[in-house]
Design a binder for this molecule. Structure first.
Ligand code: RP5
Length: 306
């Protein structure tokens, strides 16, 4: 269905560390996580004192996008598999299930049990897109190069998250049965173009005005650009909502524009985003979760300055 070429696929699992889901008050709550120092993150290291609190936000229960409690009648999740509706895989790595039937965070301790704000036990599949273009000189349209490395500089579309005010790449959770290429496109339209698929209709006046050259043409160009997207990262996200028993995974896709397409698009923040802009790739970037890793993998793939 989708031709997804893989660039540099980076996977972050047990050999790596997570930071953003430790040692803080859990978002949207007053629950403090149990303190987990760096050297006690890995499950293989004994931490006899470890007694994390359990928390699942009320908003999670009974939603179409959330699981029932572990042990509930009729709830028999197929861990580590994609049953066609819900993807419970975690990249190419398998996660363990404890003796009480709870999936175990593959990176390690987070200081909290339960699901927090996440709907699924174990992996919660998201998808992210890194829409890039070369940074060009306005006067002669030449690519601007970094003076030390002489490599071209790229810019990417960043959104400011409504929940925490941090800059991020556009992304969101996959709907049931949804291929991640569909998720990235949908999320990009929702967060960076302020349009949900329901209003992406060819007779929509607002979108016609937004796109020079006609909405139909622009839709095709954007579809083409996304169809040529390259998978740059697949795996664990160091998200502040992760717990010992529920965590976010993503497929991050690069959509590179050689300069004609997204220049004619007026970005407008929508849905979970309050702002949107082109941001330059730089070593000192600060982004939500581990989105910087995905952006850096993209720059590497494009042979750009990192
Ligand atoms: C991150 O949270 C993912 O990388 C994705 O960008 C995002 C999904 O959550 P929402 O933006 O839908 O809250 O972990």
């Amino acid at each position: 269905m989708f031709q997804v070429s893989s660039g540099i696929v980076k996977q972050v699992f047990s050999s790596n560390m997570h930071y953003k889901c430790r040692n803080d008050v859990y978002p949207g709550s007053k629950i403090s996580r149990f303190f987990v120092p760096d050297d006690k993150v890995q499950w293989s290291v004994h931490y006899d004192e470890y007694q994390p609190p359990t928390y699942t936000a009320n908003a999670v229960f009974g939603k179409p996008w959330s699981d029932p409690e572990i042990g509930s009648d009729g709830f028999n999740p197929s861990w580590n598999t994609n049953d066609g509706k819900i993807d419970r895989t975690c990249g190419s790595h398998k996660y363990e299930i404890d003796c009480e039937g709870f999936p175990i965070n593959p990176v390690g301790r987070t200081g909290l049990k339960g699901r927090g704000l996440l709907g699924r036990w174990g992996p919660n599949c998201a998808a992210d897109c890194i829409v890039t273009r070369w940074k060009r000189n306005f006067s002669n349209n030449e690519i601007i190069c970094n003076s030390e490395t002489n490599k071209g500089v790229i810019e990417f579309v960043a959104i400011k998250r409504r929940d925490c005010g941090e800059w991020a790449i556009p992304g969101g959770f996959a709907d049931q049965n949804e291929h991640f290429m569909e998720t990235v496109k949908r999320e990009f339209f929702e967060e960076a173009l302020s349009h949900t698929p329901s209003v992406l209709h060819k007779d929509n006046v607002e979108i016609k005005e937004q796109f020079e050259g006609g909405e139909e043409v622009m839709r095709k160009l954007i579809d083409n650009a996304f169809a040529n997207g390259k998978l740059v990262y697949s795996g664990y996200v160091d998200d502040r909502r992760n717990t010992d028993q529920a965590w976010i995974t993503t497929n991050a896709v690069n959509v590179h524009d050689n300069g004609v397409l997204f220049n004619s698009v007026v970005f407008k923040a929508g849905d979970d985003a309050v702002d949107v802009k082109w941001m330059e790739v730089d070593r000192n970037l600060e982004l939500y979760a581990n989105h910087k890793t995905f952006v850096m993998a993209t720059a590497e793939l494009l042979g750009a300055y990192v």
